[in-house]
Design a protein around this ligand. Structure first.
Ligand code: ADE
Length: 352
């Protein structure tokens, strides 16, 4: 459906947010939580994972056993927390959500383990950041459902074994490679979450638009999906932002034109790249002849921290084939050059 608009004179005073990134923008918890699917039917994508989980959950119910501990890994925003919530809802159990940086002191992890009830799910995000002491406490808890606590000092020290209710740990990480092998080995199921296809993302977009009570055409949903970097969290944020434009400027309907126009204004390009992503590629091309260059150098030049570059910017740039990781650092691919409209060294005519 075509909506004719008077977009010639754009008068947006809306605060622009150049960083519609999974982990770096202010977290709109209420919104994100309110649209989280609660069952497998409304959870779009990750079909291989869903099929395995349905069987696993059914088997656990039939055997009246707790679920195996599970580890989900993959780039941020692909639905690791969401799938854990779906699992809890399907099993009819409570889920306690925490993240490794919040479990700094032994008493943090002991406290949360002791608060669990039988069958409950403990979700630990960023589990690769768990410290050694917390890991050591977790091993017997995961394996034998016991808490080994030491009381007293050196020679008089005693170990106390406290039984724990049978619980399921769901760990999530963007960096499975950084998990220690003893911890990794204690998970009965390890699954990588994949980037979403445009079709899957457009379904996510349509579902969210419906929850937001905003009209959207199929083409509008696809246009938003195309710029969502394979990530539902980004798709959802973009729907919300485009919906604001639609309500204020375009009679409350998101079609292809409205979606593209709004995303252009938000400086999100056809690949879903944002100013920081383009700045990263540009930097490597202009200052380092296209690379290779170390991630620390890139981070310092962009005034970003290494973790943001590695965990937030890079996964999609690598997956989209715009950036390459080599042993000597990051390199912009010929695709990356093409995307920025710059001739790659191999395309440049040799003059000498
Ligand atoms: N919102 C975020 N992730 C989703 C998914 N996988 N399915 C539906 N809605 C979502």
């Amino acid at each position: 459906m075509a909506i004719i608009s008077d977009n010639g004179d754009t008068k947006f005073t809306t605060k622009r947010n150049p960083m519609v990134k999974p982990e770096t923008i202010e977290y709109d918890n209420t919104f994100e939580n309110s649209i989280r699917p609660k069952d497998f039917d409304s959870y779009i994508g990750q079909s291989a994972l869903k099929e395995t989980l349905k069987i696993t959950l059914e088997a656990a119910k039939l055997r009246e056993k707790p679920l195996d501990h599970m580890l989900f890994y993959g780039p941020p925003g692909l639905g690791k927390t969401t799938i854990a919530g779906v699992i809890a809802a399907q099993m009819g159990v409570e889920i306690k959500i925490t993240s490794a940086p919040a479990l700094e002191r032994p008493r943090d992890i002991i406290g949360i383990l002791m608060s669990l009830k039988g069958g409950e799910i403990l979700f630990i995000d960023e589990i690769h950041r768990l410290n050694k002491v917390a890991e050591e406490i977790l091993y017997p808890a995961m394996e034998d459902f016991t808490l080994d606590m030491t009381t007293g000092k050196s020679q008089t020290a005693k170990t106390l074994r406290v039984p724990l209710p049978k619980f399921t740990l769901i760990g999530a990480t963007t960096k499975a490679g950084e998990l220690s092998s003893p911890l990794r080995d204690r998970f009965g199921m390890i699954h990588r979450l994949e980037f979403y296809t445009i079709e899957e993302l457009s379904q996510v977009v349509e579902r969210t638009a419906k929850i937001l009570e905003i009209n959207i055409t199929r083409e509008g949903a696809i246009a938003i999906a195309r710029r969502s970097r394979g990530t539902p969290r980004i798709a959802n944020r973009l729907v919300k932002r485009v919906a604001d434009f639609a309500i204020v400027k375009y009679e409350g309907i998101i079609d292809e034109f409205v979606a593209n126009e709004s995303l252009d204004i938000l400086k999100i390009d056809e690949f879903g790249l944002e100013p920081t992503d383009r700045a990263l590629l540009n930097l490597i091309i202009e200052k380092y002849d296209g690379g290779p260059v170390g991630v620390e150098t890139i981070a310092a030049a962009l005034s970003e921290d290494v973790r943001t570059i590695e965990d937030v910017c890079e996964p999609y740039l690598l997956q989209a084939g715009l950036l390459q990781r080599t042993p000597r650092g990051r390199k912009v691919s010929p695709e990356g050059y093409r995307h920025l409209g710059i001739k790659s060294p191999s395309e440049q005519t040799r003059l000498f």
